[in-house]
Design a binder for this molecule. Structure first.
Ligand code: GAL
Length: 450
């Protein structure tokens, strides 16, 4: 038996709107960038779409009952901007907002604390048509949308996150184009990064005027390591990769400056932002959310773009189906790094999980997923380790409650603690979900039990 986690530590699962809800146009919702992206041939594996996904929009009550059955004390979800404001701005769609009001009420009635993310990648198409995140008006539009959500839900939502993973939005959406809107431009990505941070800062400022609870930012961090025989070029390239992925957003949001290395990463594409504009990105926040999946061991490679690194596969390492190395130690180290570098803010692990091959259907009502259970155990232990090393840990959210639409990878990559049969919508808690339920019930004390 381990020391239990402190009382009040939140045990949750995370999801996002487009990945689970389905019914993307129901009740007057506006078309999103993702609705279009999945309809662009070749963009999503298997031609999969979020048209039905986990059908959560229609099964929400049963899904919350399942969360309660698992003993979750918290649930992180995202709000689809286009359900609330079908045109992205202007007229509020009460029916769309109503879905999130019912969800929040249902969670609270079941003793589950909501954490609402305002932006998890589904942008109203009308705003995409105006240049999406490159548009200088986006920060204001985002803050206006955020205000609508605060007004409707802040009396019941104790924890708000502005953006989910700004790095992925800029890098995958505008730099490499694997995700919506599918652009490929360093010039756009550099601007998008700045607009995202301005949007975050504007929403936090708006919250300070009306909010009574807590607001924070959710980032993905992937520590960059070098092999034992690294050259100076390897070490320098790893430092650039670290600046680009791990400090590009946290430094402006919390320290009011961009990492110097970004000039080298972006070259002439990096705009000379006025110092006062950069300083204004720093707005006090109440917590940081970390989405942690893996680390990367990298070597210099001049052909790679925009950062001259390539990842090295580690002999003997265990890899998930998305090719990510299991490295729980890096979760602990990252939390301690965030704690030390960014002023000891309260921290949540807002996503952590793994896609592994699962048996395709339940056998005798069970889906056995021992690797995922191992992943959870070792990573939750890493959270405990980080706490012992001083990090102010407030909660852990497993990614994800359900198997769902893994963006451009479609439904084939299953991250769920709960198996979803996408033909019948049958939900089956996997062995990892049962295990997580036992961990929660014991406040972490039973973490090492089988
Ligand atoms: C994160 C993202 C999630 C989920 C997860 C697994 O980057 O926030 O939506 O897809 O990765 O790949």
């Amino acid at each position: 038996m381990r020391q239990p986690f402190p009382p009040g530590f939140l045990w949750g699962c995370a999801t996002s709107a487009y990945q689970i809800e389905g019914s993307p146009l129901a009740d007057g919702a506006g078309v999103s960038n993702w609705h279009r992206f999945v309809r662009t041939p070749g963009r999503v594996a298997g031609g999969d779409t979020g048209d039905v996904a986990c059908d959560h929009y229609r099964r929400m009550k049963d899904d919350v009952a399942l969360m309660r059955e698992l003993g979750l004390t918290a649930y992180r979800f995202s709000i689809a901007w286009g359900r609330v404001l079908p045109e992205g701005r202007g007229k509020v769609n009460a029916a769309g907002l109503g879905f999130y009001e019912r969800l929040v009420d249902e969670l609270l009635a079941n003793g589950i604390q909501p954490m609402a993310t305002l932006y998890h990648w589904d942008l109203p198409a009308t705003l995409d048509d105006r240049g999406g995140w490159t548009n200088p008006d986006m920060p204001d539009w985002f803050a206006d949308y955020a205000q609508v959500c605060f007004k409707a839900l802040d009396d019941r939502v104790p924890l708000w996150a502005t953006l989910n993973e700004p790095w992925v939005i800029a890098d995958q959406g505008y730099m490499h184009g694997n995700l919506a809107p599918g652009h490929k431009s360093a010039y756009e990505a550099a601007i998008v990064a700045h607009r995202l941070m301005q949007a975050h800062a504007s929403a936090v400022q708006a919250y300070r005027a009306v909010g009574r609870n807590k607001i924070g930012l959710v980032v993905n961090i992937e520590p960059k390591h070098v092999p034992a025989d690294a050259t100076d070029a390897d070490r320098h390239a790893a430092q650039l990769a670290d600046a680009y992925m791990n400090r590009q957003y946290l430094d402006p949001a919390l320290l009011g400056r961009y990492p110097d290395e970004l000039c080298e990463v972006f070259g002439e594409a990096w705009p000379d932002w006025p110092a006062a504009e950069v300083e204004a990105l720093k707005q006090p926040i109440d917590f940081l959310g970390l989405n942690y999946y893996t680390r990367a061991v990298v070597r210099h490679d001049a052909k790679a773009w925009p950062v001259p690194v390539v990842p090295q596969r580690q002999p003997g390492g265990t890899y998930t189906e998305t090719g990510w190395e299991l490295h729980p130690q890096s979760l602990a180290d990252t939390l301690v790094w965030m704690h030390e570098r960014y002023g000891g803010l309260p921290l949540y692990v807002t996503e952590n999980g793994a896609a592994f091959y699962d048996p395709p259907t339940a056998i005798n009502g069970e889906v056995n997923d021992p690797l995922r259970q191992h992943y959870l155990r070792t990573h939750i232990a890493a959270v405990q380790d980080a706490m012992a090393r001083g990090a102010d840990m407030r909660g852990y959210f497993a990614w994800s409650l359900f198997d769902n639409l893994e963006w451009a990878l479609g439904f084939a990559k299953r991250f769920g603690l709960v198996h979803v049969d996408f033909q019948t919508q049958q939900r089956t808690p996997k062995a990892s979900a049962r295990y997580y339920a036992r961990v929660i019930a014991s406040h972490g004390a039973d973490l090492d039990l089988p």
